[in-house]
Design a protein around this ligand. Structure first.
Ligand SMILES: *Cc1c(COP(=O)(O)O)cnc(C)c1O
Length: 374
């Protein structure tokens, strides 16, 4: 395969090339307007994005981490409070809690879905528990019904980490409208990505939405009148204008992701050495990442590289084993399912701008893999 081209993991520039005209228009519109932070483009994007996930309200925020952080802050969660998080997630979910001064209480995932296992949540609840943050990891919505039921019984707030799950569905409802509030990221590599950092909060809790609107803007509704000690976590006009252009194409991009995922699923169905991700309903997954498990990750990645296919690992080290959480109550072996996942997962290239021949190259490389049984 030495003469064939390498399949990149993700081509983010392709979204610009496809939308060049409307992106360039958006740029000129904002430059001409004279508004650069929290203006008409942000307002319009907020309305359009809230509609896309069926929430009453959307607030543009500087990034996904700030979105989660501000939701916790707005609910008054802080020192002495406990928040249940998945042991298996990108570290931002944990950092949002830690940054508020609250304590993370990790719960293990289901090995099939990689998402928090609702059966294990109740055991982690104490008198200090205030909230649960299910993460819709890799684009698959967490099993929300049992989570919401437990939360209701214990009077807990449910905050969706929807950073990887734009337009993902759960029993006919859309991510971002399944709990009390949700945080989204529009980091460039996400399914809906800006050309810089951006994020948002969606909620149907109007009181919460008002509080977050203050918190993101120095704690003020009216300029130079500060009601609370807020921060600066605003979204700028340029990114909002770019996101509006991209949001129009998101449903068709999501459909392309689903079609590629179906092709991969068929290709590795029954493969002894590659474990495919699990889905129950086509609409539930938006395939932010297509993640397989293998016994010998080094060998698999080397094999894929030799077939001209780029792969990445999401993520190589579980949050509880990161240096950032050294000194915490955990050690190697504290979360064995999560640790095994972090040891075995590999992400295959998947994006709406892949060509047929790139997809075929990934399929062939997978089929040609001859590793230990998983
Ligand atoms: C990307 C991501 C975040 C953070 O988003 P940023 O915009 O990078 O701050 C939070 N949670 C998860 C699961 C993510 O993938």
């Amino acid at each position: 395969m030495a003469d064939s081209k390498v399949v990149p993991f993700l081509d983010v520039k392709a979204t610009y090339l496809e939308l060049q005209r409307s992106i360039d228009d958006a740029y000129r519109r904002v430059m001409d307007s004279g508004y650069y932070i929290l203006g008409p483009e942000v307002e319009k994007f907020e309305t359009e994005f809230a509609n896309s996930c069926g929430a009453t309200s959307c607030l543009g925020i500087s990034n996904g981490l700030d979105a989660l952080h501000l939701i916790l802050k707005a609910y008054g969660i802080g020192p002495g409070d406990e928040v249940i998080v998945p042991s298996n997630t990108f570290i931002a979910t944990w950092l949002a809690v830690s940054f508020c001064g609250a304590t993370v209480v990790p719960v293990e995932p289901d090995i099939e879905t990689y998402n928090i296992d609702p059966k294990l949540i109740e055991k982690a609840i104490t008198s200090k528990t205030r909230a649960i943050i299910p993460v819709h990891l890799y684009g698959l919505v967490a099993d929300m019904d049992p989570i919401l039921k437990i939360a209701k019984a214990h009077n807990l707030i449910v905050i969706e980490d929807s950073a990887q799950a734009h337009l993902a569905m759960y029993k006919g409802r859309i991510a971002g409208n399944l709990g009390h509030a949700a945080g989204f990221s529009f980091y460039p590599g996400k399914n809906l990505g800006a050309f810089g950092d951006a994020g948002c909060v969606t909620t149907s809790d109007i009181k919460l939405s008002k509080r977050i609107a203050q918190l993101r803007n120095y704690g003020s509704d009216v300029k130079y009148h500060h009601l609370v000690q807020g921060t600066n976590a605003r979204l700028d006009e340029l990114q909002a204008a770019f996101l509006r252009a991209k949001l129009e194409l998101l449903p068709s991009w999501t459909e392309k992701r689903r079609n590629i995922a179906s092709t991969y699923m068929r290709a590795i169905d029954g493969h002894a050495a590659i474990k495919a991700p699990k889905i129950e309903d086509r609409a539930s997954h938006v395939w932010h990442l297509f993640v397989v498990r293998v016994r010998d990750r080094k060998k698999f990645q080397a094999h894929m590289t030799s077939h001209g296919v780029s792969t990445l690992v999401h993520y190589p080290i579980a949050p509880h084993l990161q240096e950032a959480y050294e000194g915490g109550p955990w050690k190697q072996g504290s979360f064995p399912i999560s640790e095994m996942i972090h040891h075995q997962v590999v992400s295959l290239p998947l994006g709406p701008h892949m060509t047929e021949s790139q997809i075929a190259q990934v399929v062939q490389a997978c089929k040609a893999y001859n590793g230990e049984k998983i």
